[in-house]
Design a protein around this ligand. Sequence first.
Ligand code: SF4
Ligand code: SF4
Length: 229
Amino acid sequence: MVESDITHDMKDMALGLGADFVGIVGPAIFENPDYAGNKPQDVMPDLKSVVIIGVSVPNGAFDTLPKGRAEYTNTLMAGTATLRIIAFQIAKFIERKGYKATIAPSEGSEFGYWYADRETLKADFSFKYASYYAGLGNFGMNHLLITKDFGARIRMTAILTDAPFAEDERTLLPLVNDACSSCMKCVEICPAGALTKEGTIHREKCAEYMFNVLGGLRCGMCLKVCPLY
Ligand code: SF4
Ligand code: SF4
């Protein structure tokens, strides 16, 4: 086990560089029977920790949708760029401590899941699933992570490392946010019909809408209408 002060120092550094939240999980959660995504240990076989780092996104980017789609997309990409810089510094910190670290591609990255696997539109692993088990939030009907402080108005990145950081102590929330059952605003607003009241998502419909109909601009309507932030 990495001494807890190194875990503490790593988190402090991330927050000091501008992150709004940090979470840590081990690789075991990706062996859960309910997990259907790709596994990060297929990328790093001696993986010991997944470090999730997130920033909140300014509310103006959502409030000005749909007219402000270009501003929204640009603001999201600014979040992605910010996270890249933070993650790079954290990866170097981890390596100075004698371990190895690599940064997983996230949405908004030119190597992110929309681009990396056209067939399944799945990332190398689910940041949201990792974040749920790190105690950072739970899922909404919009299939996004709903954090306590910022709702779904966030961007995240993740570091894979063989450093066995101390996992966060957490009490797991219900998988789906309690507020969703009496809301469904995201399902109703989705212009692509990608979300269903049964809780499924048609990723291909969302991708088709953003990349073909909107020409690459992000949509964000399922975030704009979500009251949880
Ligand atoms: S981003 Fe837009 S198209 Fe995609 S699920 Fe949300 S509302 Fe639907
Ligand atoms: S808009 Fe409503 S149903 Fe959708 S994630 Fe937010 S609270 Fe849940």
